[in-house]
Design a protein around this ligand. Structure first.
Ligand SMILES: [Fe+2]
Ligand SMILES: [Fe+2]
Length: 300
């Protein structure tokens, strides 16, 4: 894996000395992993459980088109950003999300190779995003992006700190998820800060957040159902799969999601008021994708 560093420091990323706080201008390394999905990842890659697998698949289906939307909305707001440190982070945000898009597109191709018909679902989702991009103001699109980024950071933090599901994942998928989760934590405040710098107020911020909530939940549930249906599973079989899932940390995860959901409504909320940077980079190293800086001839 190669990596490009967007830190303003010429000496490269210094994860041990960095932390997240409102206004922090920490480095956002753009890593370029390449995951080997071919043939090695089974259909039901979380412990053979189709339900757990397809909840993750249902969410991941949304990433390529969703992240392209995020990139466009942040880029469109950049002329209003005067803080050079934030502009550097915004460019790194774009580069990180572009890498996520690339790898999740590969995963979507793998799902098709496994026999799933996902194209109509992806097409409907992409046309809804095109509709939003065409007929709503940039301010709402940026608020929607900032709201969605709150969720990717929240879910990423859970994936990094609650290893219960990861224990049962195929190692290649665990790498994909930990890499993506780590970078969502690293750049969790960028869209929010760009939104603030663009002068977007509380009402629009919350409108975008609520819209992102409805879209994220609705499309993930729809994708999960579609994949379970294509596996030919009955309701009873799906229920049994749900009962077979490990439950040790369920209450803690529910509390974390509830607290995270409510926090965004506080007027003084900021994504970097909690700092998970050290744990994120530690978990990345734990799956063999550690921070080795190497020259990147391809550029961002
Ligand atoms: Fe992402
Ligand atoms: Fe993101």
């Amino acid at each position: 894996m190669s990596e490009e560093n967007f830190s303003e420091s010429p000496s490269g990323p210094t994860p041990s000395s960095e932390s997240l706080y409102p206004g922090s201008r920490h480095s956002l390394p753009v890593r370029r992993p390449s995951f080997d999905f071919d043939a090695v990842v089974p259909k039901h890659w979380i412990g053979g459980n189709a339900l757990a697998t397809h909840v993750f698949n249902g969410l991941q289906l949304l990433f390529p088109a969703g992240e392209r939307f995020f990139i466009r909305s942040v880029k469109a707001a950049l002329p209003q950003v005067e803080d050079e440190g934030l502009r550097v982070q915004a460019r790194a945000f774009v580069a990180q999300e572009a890498m996520h898009t690339r790898e999740h597109e590969q995963w979507n191709l793998r799902l098709e190779a496994q026999g799933y018909r996902i194209e109509p679902h992806l097409r409907r989702f992409a046309s809804m995003l095109r509709f939003i991009a065409r007929y709503t103001p940039n301010s709402l699109q940026l608020a929607l992006t900032a709201g969605a980024e709150h969720y990717t950071a929240l879910l990423g933090t859970i994936a990094l700190t609650q290893p219960i599901m990861r224990e049962h994942m195929h190692p290649v998928m665990e790498q994909l998820i930990v890499w993506h989760a780590c970078e969502e934590v690293e750049h969790k405040a960028v869209a929010f800060d760009v939104m603030q710098a663009s002068g977007i107020g509380y009402a629009m911020r919350i409108l975008g957040y609520l819209l992102s909530t409805v879209m994220l939940v609705g499309w993930t549930v729809a994708g999960t159902r579609m994949l379970l249906k294509q596996d030919g599973l009955s309701r009873r079989e799906v229920k049994a799969l749900g009962q077979a899932l490990p439950r040790q940390n369920e209450a803690a995860v529910r509390r974390k999601i509830g607290a995270g959901f409510r926090a965004y409504f506080r007027r003084d909320f900021h994504p970097n008021e909690s700092d998970e940077l050290v744990v994120a980079r530690r978990e990345l190293a734990s799956v063999g994708l550690d921070l080795v800086v190497s020259p990147d001839p391809a550029g961002a």
